[in-house]
Design a protein around this ligand. Sequence first.
Ligand code: NAD
Ligand code: LMR
Length: 313
Amino acid sequence: MRRAKISIIGAGNVGATTAHWCAAAELGDIVLVDIPQTEDMPKGKALDLMQASPVMGFDSNIVGTTSYEDTAGSDVVVITAGIPRKPGMSRDDLLATNAKIMASVCEQIKKSSPDCIVIVVSNPLDAMVQRALQVTGFEPCRVLGQAGVLDTARYRTFLAMELGVSVEDVSALLMGGHGDTMVPIPSCTSVGGIPVLQLIDPARLEEIVDRTRKGGAEIVSLLKTGSAYYAPAAATTQMVEAVVRDKKRLIPCAAYCEEEYGVGGFYVGVPVILGSNGVEKIVELTLTVEEKAAFQKSVDAVKELVETMAKLG
Ligand SMILES: NC(=O)c1ccc[n+]([C@@H]2O[C@H](COP(=O)([O-])OP(=O)(O)OC[C@H]3O[C@@H](n4cnc5c(N)ncnc54)[C@H](O)[C@@H]3O)[C@@H](O)[C@H]2O)c1
Ligand SMILES: O=C(O)C[C@H](O)C(=O)O
């Protein structure tokens, strides 16, 4: 069987860690790309990872490069290129710098891998994936963003910690943008099949949701030099796996919603079925009045950011 070709643009913390986990899971051959100013750094990381393969027992060819020629014909391109935030910054503060980086990366991708599925990770996520769609001109189902798997993983972790149970038994869903307005869906949250509100009282659940909303900032304040990367890379790897193995995972992703949820042509976190064609279906839930209002607030925040990005040019 032919191995999938996975290119990861940005060989920093999230990019290199995603390469690590994609290789360990034998999802395909990997090309790790960074800018020429980083000189041999992507080559060094790729070679180091390759040398882990005999010990860890994975077969994956990993190449580091600063040239898009090496990425030609990729099946999946993951974009982690861009600056991360530091303490005191919001994700939105990264907009101007990362929008330029996203545009330059996507100009290259559309030429070198015109048939690929693009998974955007760079922040501010919902605006960056919109920029990737604009610049590549790909069908919207082939351009999506990673946020919901990470946010939901944080929520599941905190719920498992609260109840002293295995994370494997916690199932949950968060929707909306990747920011402070993300929307928990309690009716889709259960522990061992038991609705969460039978196990945790509403006030305490709200505190856990609040910690989840601020989950990225909590890590930034601890690391001080940048933002989270182990959990973001794990979440991204799950999305890559869904595509290259055509898993049809039903997971939350930043997907382009037109009529869906009445969004009107923006990216926002919604449950989707993810397979080899990218977003194969956006799953529309019936939301409560409160959930609908919170989702709309989140969509409005995304639209405002996209409008700001358009003004920046
Ligand atoms: N969506 C999410 O859930 C999520 C989670 C974590 C981080 N992020 C975002 O991902 C991005 C990367 O985070 P990180 O921690 O890996 O940062 P990092 O600084 O460790 O790595 C970023 C890398 O991008 C490279 N880069 C910059 N411009 C480039 C270009 N034009 N082409 C190729 N590479 C380029 C840099 O040289 C650097 O190596 C940030 O914007 C961060 O906010 C998003
Ligand atoms: O918080 C950040 O800036 C990085 C990422 O979006 C995260 O949620 O960890």
